[in-house]
Ligand binder design. Sequence first.
Ligand code: NAP
Length: 483
Amino acid sequence: MPHPEVSQVKTGLHIGGQWREASDGGRFEVRDPATEEVLAEVASASVADALEAVDAAYRAGPAWAATSPRQRSDVLRRAFDLLMERKEAFARLIVLESGKALAEARGEVIYAAEFLRWYSEEAVRIQGEVSQAPGGANRILVVRQPIGVAVFVTPWNFPAAMATRKIGPALAAGCTVVLKPASETPLTALAMAEIFEEAGVPAGVINVVPSRKSGEVVKAMLQDPRVRKLSFTGSTEIGRVLLEQAAQNVVKCSMELGGNAPFIVLEDADLEVAVASAMVAKLRNGGESCTAANRFYVARAVAEEFSMRFAQAMAAVRIGPGLEEGVQLGPLVNRSTLDKVHQLVTEAVEQGARVLTGGKIRAGKGYFYEPTLLTGVRPDAAILHREIFGPVAPICVFDSIDEVIRLANDTAFGLVSFVHSQDLGKALHVAERIEAGMVGINRGVVSDPAAPFGGWKQSGVGREGGHDGLLEYLESKYICASW
Ligand code: NAP
């Protein structure tokens, strides 16, 4: 039985306000990770199609940049309203193609919509500067102008929010865009293209080109000198490749890459709060989140109690197909992710880790992995150094603040960290010494459209969200004037 949410989605390419098939007729399948069944087939953009999308964005650019900030604000606000009106249908679509539980998907739609509302408010707050040169001879004017055509490459784990986190500020700034969504989850992006059309976004301002040939297609777009901005969310491995490609035309880059978040529980933490927040930090989006707590460091005095309580909470999680009401944990996105997660657990156990709960792939159809808690994990175990991207929590014990800060910073990543303590001064001291773009204190989630989201070190370049997110789409122009 086809799902109504899926059959309503237009599955062509969206270029210059038109829906059409790929020039070479290519299409690819989208599967439901809970059943492994094919949900739909969508058009797969060729290099020629992607360059046509760049052309459409380039031609739409001057008129869109010339609209008033209030017009752009109104369009974004209408898109916010439409997305909220259709929250349930979008949530179900996200569940079907990504596997996450319905409650998570509902949360994602609200989070995604909030970027549109926030940037509808920011569109009218693009400010410049004026000052007198220190020597007194002239004035210094700084104006901010849209950078131009932006190419977006997004991941499958938040198919709606990772798109609006880029589209919101780009449109507010007056840029036009080409979005290449992840091949696992193109349907949400295509459905969103319709929302933007209805909201009054002119033809060519937003183009959506799913493609099975991501490497070729994105490379060709970055070689086109009309492309002035790349915003990528995905793995550090691919981010590095794209930074190199973007260097050829000196394209401005925003990179939201992988993480390896430490979750630190100090001796004086409120353990009830710490366990509740560990559950969110670990299981939000089934662990398939760049901000997921990847390593748990717990003070020796409370390690046993924290581990027992955390294991009980993990064991009580209801697993199943994401559309079933009450399900808290859906399947992982695909077979290779499932195998990678199990491999990391198996290796850690072979090296002496103890399984307090979980540790197994669920038998039958779908890519389900049990919520898993490991203690006694060796410091050199791969599971502490690679992004797990699944519902697995390895716990290590520490004896001093200096030791835990050294362990937390012993990684090439620096996206987010979590600290738990009832002594705010101590927690802030740890937060200041952590090498990460974001720190959560006594909280398991930090994401907020009004805050600058982004990483240090190999977790990324630039920020999304907040006022900083808008600046990524604006060029500064200094005008030296006398009057
Ligand atoms: P990924 O494999 O890097 O893919 C991300 C996107 O890049 C997809 O659209 C993918 O297309 C495309 N892509 C793959 N190879 C490419 C190439 N050679 N050239 C151009 N584009 C290419 O990442 P993922 O598995 O989808 O997502 C998980 C990763 O994203 C994790 O590392 C996670 O931490 C990170 N992430 C970071 C943030 C953040 O804000 N920092 C947020 C969410 C996720 P195909 O689907 O067609 O392969």
